[in-house]
Design a protein. Structure first.
Length: 234
């Protein structure tokens, strides 16, 4: 999108965030907007930064590392890893991100701990929860959450800040509301404080905010549609 399109889109998203916060009786500063920049050029991120955005989400380690290097001159930029993370990629991610939203196994947790300790970084992590137990999706199923929390508590270089989810695709944002409420209830029922809830995307972030989201991940509503692979159905 052009700079002026981006400016308009940002103003619109910002207005929708404020309105959702108002409806929920929440303060605007309780919600962090993460601009999802996957498959968008670094120049677009630079323009978004100039408009005041600071938090950017990426899904693929290689793309994240390349953009991190290209945008190293932007001092306040914070990267969020929001895609599935393979254990063997933990090493390259830990030193360059502000938070990792997709921890879903003890094995990955232990590897992140090892890499964080070695690089002197403290890694902020979310546990990704697969609420509906969808086979094709990553994420820890709710029943396994207590054990994973216990394991991460034994990792001094990891700071577990909350839970993240990508709900099943639904027809309407309203249809997803019970999933957001479920993640919120799940967080509150654990034995450790889990203050942050990473949930809500372009189509449903307002409902997510109403149900307690602290970190919304918004791509399309800011940067427009992502290019489709040529062999994908249209
Ligand atoms: C791509 C992606 C988003 C952004 O989705 P939009 O619908 O474009 O807002 C959010 N979260 C995750 C995990 C993603 O992969």
């Amino acid at each position: 999108v052009t700079v002026s399109e981006l400016e308009l889109a940002l103003a619109s998203v910002e207005r929708r965030i404020v309105d959702a916060c108002t409806r929920a009786g929440r303060a605007r500063n309780e919600v962090q907007l993460i601009a999802v920049s996957k498959r968008k050029p670094a120049q677009q991120i630079r323009e978004a930064y100039a408009l005041g955005l600071r938090d950017f989400g990426e899904n693929y380690v290689q793309e994240l590392a390349a953009k991190h290097a290209e945008l190293a001159d932007l001092p306040e930029l914070r990267w969020h890893m929001i895609g599935h993370l393979q254990t063997n990629k933990a090493k390259s991610v830990v030193p360059i991100v502000h938070a990792i939203h997709t921890v879903d196994s003890e094995r990955l947790g232990r590897e992140l701990e090892r890499r964080a300790a070695a690089s002197g970084h403290r890694a902020r992590v979310f546990i990704e929860v697969n609420l509906a137990g969808e086979a094709q999706k990553s994420g820890c199923i709710p029943a396994d959450l207590p054990a994973l929390i216990t394991a991460l508590a034994r990792c001094p270089s990891l700071e577990l800040v909350g839970l993240m989810t990508i709900p099943p695709v639904a027809e309407t944002a309203e249809a997803t509301r019970p999933r957001f409420a479920q993640l919120c209830a799940l967080a509150r029922s654990q034995t450790v404080p889990l203050a942050r809830l990473s949930m809500g995307m372009s189509l449903d972030f307002e409902v997510a905010i109403e149900e307690g989201a602290t970190d919304i991940r918004v791509g399309t509503a800011l940067f427009g549609a992502r290019t489709i692979a040529t062999n994908a159905p249209r």
